[in-house]
Design a protein around this ligand. Structure first.
Ligand SMILES: O=C(O)C[C@H]1C=CC(=O)O1
Length: 93
């Protein structure tokens, strides 16, 4: 199943710099592993914002919840999910 996701990151300005660096490093490792597995085919920065739009390809809502709640930055993000269905006018290929 495909899901369109918007993630807005809100890190506290007073977050300890070492903790911030560790969080960002773990986030990168986590998201790049999902990209290598083909589960996170689109990851785009929203220009001018600390936010991204993504498309993930996961088995079901339970896997989606597991992936999102496992993000190291999960406690610091607002996440909006839009499930995607096939458009009837889409041509193949
Ligand atoms: O920087 C972000 O947009 C947050 C986050 C989502 C995936 C990732 O690698 O970082």
């Amino acid at each position: 199943m495909l899901y369109h996701i918007r993630m807005d990151v809100n890190l506290p300005p007073d977050l300890d710099p070492e903790e911030r660096a560790d969080l960002l490093s773990r986030e990168k490792e986590y998201s790049q592993e999902l990209q290598r597995e083909g589960k996170w085919p689109h990851l785009w920065r929203i220009a001018g914002e600390y936010a991204n739009v993504s498309v993930v390809d996961l088995a079901d809502h339970d896997e989606l919840h597991s992936v999102l709640s496992g993000l190291p930055l999960f406690p610091y993000m607002n996440i909006e999910v839009t499930p995607l269905a096939v458009h009837p006018n889409k041509i193949d290929g």
